[in-house]
Design a protein around this ligand. Structure first.
Ligand code: NAP
Length: 523
């Protein structure tokens, strides 16, 4: 094969027909790259070969050529980013251009050249490259999201088919900046724009509706196969965030907190949205400040929010109105944005406690022990009292338990008295047992109840639940609460009944996968 000749099969790409997700193929060897391409190209026929990840890109090109010959439905980008511009290629500028030219000959229809390399290259050489392919002129800012207009102005001095500007989000609001830029200029130029970093997720999913020609997806971020910080898996972009369906009418929801990286809410909520055919997408929003979050609520605009640690109380002053459960517990876990922009707060943790219980017992008159006096315990105690249960509180810090008991008109109990007491239900509202430890909040002989409800949901089967089961006690795992509080949020936002069964299956599978990944890592 002569790599010097233009490929005969590389038809010129059609920018308007490109898919929304380009799969960024990385890997130490071309074999790894092509194995990932082989398994994913059918679903994702738009691929970027990150040639700079290979120790020697040139000898790999014949294999890429053969791959593209046998996968003619694939549109391929060849990228060989130099180390000084954020890539891994340590060679000279002429060496970079040689790789890109040969990538074209190997069948790539598009090449990516950084602005910094292009500025040092004769325009005729760039024109020659472009004459045989589509050219993406790219710029990466690994620190911030800034000077977007000026950067585009500089880029426009060099004719290209796409101008790609990738920045780093250090706040959620940086996504707003990027998307406004895409909205303003996306109609005039073929732009690709997104923000890197965990906080850039909004732009990765919504950038395509703001005016980005496409976005990039990773092979498998959990296995370290990604080419930029914060890159989402290509499969996840399509299957969880349904990027192909995102349009102007898509409502945006999210879970806001710090941290939210390991939140299972996106899995469960996107499952529900898809199942019920709601044109909406739900994103993890890592908000370092509430001010930042509130700017996004207004500007994006966000239709609904799940609020998690540490903002459940701090969000209250930003709300125009709250439901009775929020007022009672002093904590809000759900926000809905009304048509007129007003923000309404709800607490669905109470529904998360009550719904699984009322499926098993009559709550009115039931004797219930709540372990803990934090936020989750508050929701349980107030919710159960409202339904007429007799509630006892046991907390590590006795004074906090007593305070909650006074507020909710419940009682406290001393640990020493547990052996003599029996309850209809024991609820664990402490984190003891989390993270696959064998810790248990109570000793075997202290567990005397008809039902044991553990709010901890990771692992699904805690040690407390195992002990309870072994004593013949009926158990409620924390995932049920997690699903029911989410189901109530879904109902508040959409007015539709939530597909709780599907949500439970999705979260159980996600937890099992997480556990398997942890085991693989520690093996
Ligand atoms: P929180 O506000 O921090 O309260 C934690 C409570 O647990 C406090 O009362 C604390 O006692 C007690 N505690 C902490 N470590 C303890 C230990 N080693 N031994 C005994 N008591 C201990 O937390 P939270 O928001 O209420 O959450 C509590 C648990 O519920 C977490 O595991 C959370 O994941 C889970 N949760 C689950 C769901 C769900 O949907 N399944 C929803 C919400 C919460 P002190 O007062 O002495 O510090």
């Amino acid at each position: 094969m002569s790599l010097a000749l233009p490929s005969t099969f590389a038809i010129h790409f059609q920018p308007q027909r490109l898919p929304r997700v380009c799969l960024a193929l990385s890997g130490d060897t071309v074999e790894d790259m092509l194995a990932a391409g082989e398994s994913m190209a059918r679903d994702n026929p738009f691929i970027e070969f990150r040639l700079d990840y290979l120790k020697q890109p040139l000898p790999a090109l014949p294999k890429i050529h053969r791959f593209l010959e046998t996968h003619q439905y694939v549109t391929a980008i060849g990228t060989c980013r130099r180390a000084e511009n954020g890539g891994k290629f340590k060679g000279s500028l002429p060496a970079q251009l040689e790789v890109l030219n040969k990538a074209l000959a190997a069948g790539c229809q598009i090449v990516d050249l950084e602005l910094q390399s292009a500025q040092k290259t004769k325009l005729e050489a760039i024109a020659r490259l472009r004459g045989r392919s589509g050219l993406i002129l790219s710029f990466h800012d690994f620190r911030a999201t800034r000077n977007l207009e000026e950067t585009l102005e500089k880029m426009r001095a060099i004719p290209a088919d796409f101008y790609k500007i990738v920045t780093t989000a250090t706040t959620l609001s940086d996504n707003v900046t990027m998307m406004k830029f895409l909205q303003t200029h996306g109609g005039k130029h073929a732009l690709i724009g997104l923000c890197m970093g965990e906080q850039g997720i909004i732009s990765r999913v919504l950038g395509v509706r703001a005016g980005s020609a496409f976005t990039f997806g990773a092979v498998d971020p959990s296995a370290g196969l990604f080419t930029a910080p914060g890159q989402i898996g290509a499969r996840e972009l399509r299957n969880v965030y349904r990027i192909d369906q995102v349009d102007a009418a898509t409502r945006i929801y999210g879970v806001a907190g710090d941290p939210v990286e390991h939140s299972l809410s996106p899995v469960i909520m996107n499952t529900a949205l898809r199942r019920e055919n709601v044109n909406g997408v739900y994103l993890p929003l890592h908000a370092r400040t509430l001010k930042d979050l509130m700017r996004c609520v207004r500007e994006i605009p966000l239709h609904g929010l799940s609020i998690t640690m540490p903002y459940k109380q701090a969000i209250l002053p930003f709300l125009d109105n709250t439901d009775a459960h929020t007022t009672k517990t002093g904590a809000c876990n759900t926000v809905v944005r009304g048509q007129e922009g007003k923000l309404y707060g709800f607490n669905t943790d109470i529904a998360g406690v009550i719904r699984p219980l009322e499926q098993r017992i009559t709550i009115e008159g039931a004797k219930i022990l709540v372990l803990g006096a934090g936020g989750a315990a508050r929701a349980a105690v107030f919710g159960l009292k409202e339904r007429g249960a007799e509630v006892w509180i046991l907390n590590r810090t006795a004074a906090k338990g007593q305070k909650l008991a006074r507020q909710a008109k419940a009682r406290t109990i001393k640990r020493a008295d547990l052996r003599k007491a029996s309850f209809d239900v024991i609820i664990n509202a402490t984190p003891v047992g989390m993270g696959n430890t064998r810790d248990c909040p109570l000793k075997d002989e202290e567990i005397q109840a008809r039902v044991v409800f553990d709010m901890v949901y990771d692992p699904v089967e805690t040690h407390l639940l195992q002990v309870a089961r072994s004593k013949g006690i009926s158990v409620i795992p924390g995932v049920e609460m997690f699903v029911q509080q989410a189901a109530r949020q879904f109902e508040i936002w959409t007015g539709k009944p939530a597909p709780a069964g599907d949500m439970l299956r999705a979260v159980t599978v996600a937890l099992q996968e997480r556990m398997a990944a942890q085991k693989r890592r520690s093996a």
